[in-house]
Design a binder for this molecule. Sequence first.
Ligand code: BGP
Length: 462
Amino acid sequence: MDNNMKFKDGFLWGAATSGPQCEGTFNKKHKNVFDYWYEVEPEAFFDKVGPEVTSNFYNSYEEDLAMLKSIGLNSFRTSIQWTRLIKDFETGEADEDGIEFYNNVINEIIKNGLTPIITLHHFDLPVELYDKYGGWESKHVVDLFVKFANTAFRLFSDRVKLWTTFNEPIVVVEGQYLYQFHYPKVVDGKKAIQALYNINLASAKTIKVFKENNYGKDGAKIGTILNLTPSYPRDINNPDDVKAAKIADAFFNESFLMPAIKGEFPKLLVDLLKEDDVLWESTEEELKIIKENNIEYLGVNYYFPRRIKAKEEKVDESKPWMPDKYFDNYEMPGRRMNPYRGWEIYPKAIYDIAINIRDNYDNIPWYISENGMGVEGEDRYINSEGIIEDDYRIEFIKEHLEYLHKGIEEGSNCFGYHSWTGIDCWSWCNAYKNRYGFIALDLKTQKKTIKKSGQWIKEFIK
Ligand code: BGP
């Protein structure tokens, strides 16, 4: 292991979280889809722990940010909750308490010498907009999102210099419309494809508003955050496996990556969707907006690769359309797993991502916006001084950094690395099952204690 990797001056070292996963629902006037889902089906959440308190950031942001600073970080990402900032979704008018809270948080981030990176949508669609309009199925909701974004830019872009429109938009499509892990847990390929298009449109329209209002005049930039899961075919000498992996890539990665950077959807995907008669509804004017409003930088969340093989069983055409008609997931023998989360650990993919961005995406400036390892039952690693000795996390981060470093050495334009997460936070349906933080949270007392990885990252950054 190379402990002497050098990263350039000004490289962003940080940690990411999101509003719904750390703030708690204190004083929030509206519910997002997860708040609502927990209300009606608490048993869907690990140990029935919901989003009400999480890591209490709404009340403890001052202490929390000071702790993040104390472990040597120089940047921090969170999200502004649509359901907290906005009072009236139709007009985009802001809520007084929401304004005050996010003003305080942003000021405090800066006061601690951290660069704020702010996301506008982290899986947290207001449930009212689903009930009224069908959420991301609706182009009206696209316009309401742009109003919310505009309000946020107007209020905070004097201090926030790095904005991102969406976090992992493909996960919204997968979770809400295909694989049932986000409310409303619909299985409907056609709606999934419309939502995919609409979210791309929302991101481009948001960038348009950002530019038109000159919010970047003092150096603020706008990007998006995509979870890239490179698809590796089972057998690179088997053309069917290779083709299946290409299609999986087009669906899960390029469907957002290409429009965001090139302003166009992947042809392979568009052709298949047309042939299957599930292509989205679009207008010339919208496609022009997507074409002309690209991101200025990219955030990449990387956790695991995708292994793909050609479809082994004939597809039942009487069943509703799913992208999976073109590929099967492949369980590679001997793959290294994180058993708690069920995700493969494959650090080299970070290098492959770096090279892909360099060679196929104009070498756009980008950073790792999330990378990390969620582990269950970390209390068993507490030492006599009360510190969790999470050597596995240190190893995980080092290995990923090594491959990232190699990509940068070979010319990829990466400007930072953020781990998921700073302080153990709430993980959607997994609630507090798997812990990711540099800092441990005692859920009962809300006591926060730096783990060994938190001490290590400080030294490593130095
Ligand atoms: C990413 C999300 C985060 C976070 C992380 C860890 O997909 O952007 O919000 O939750 O994954 O995953 P999980 O919480 O599902 O274990």
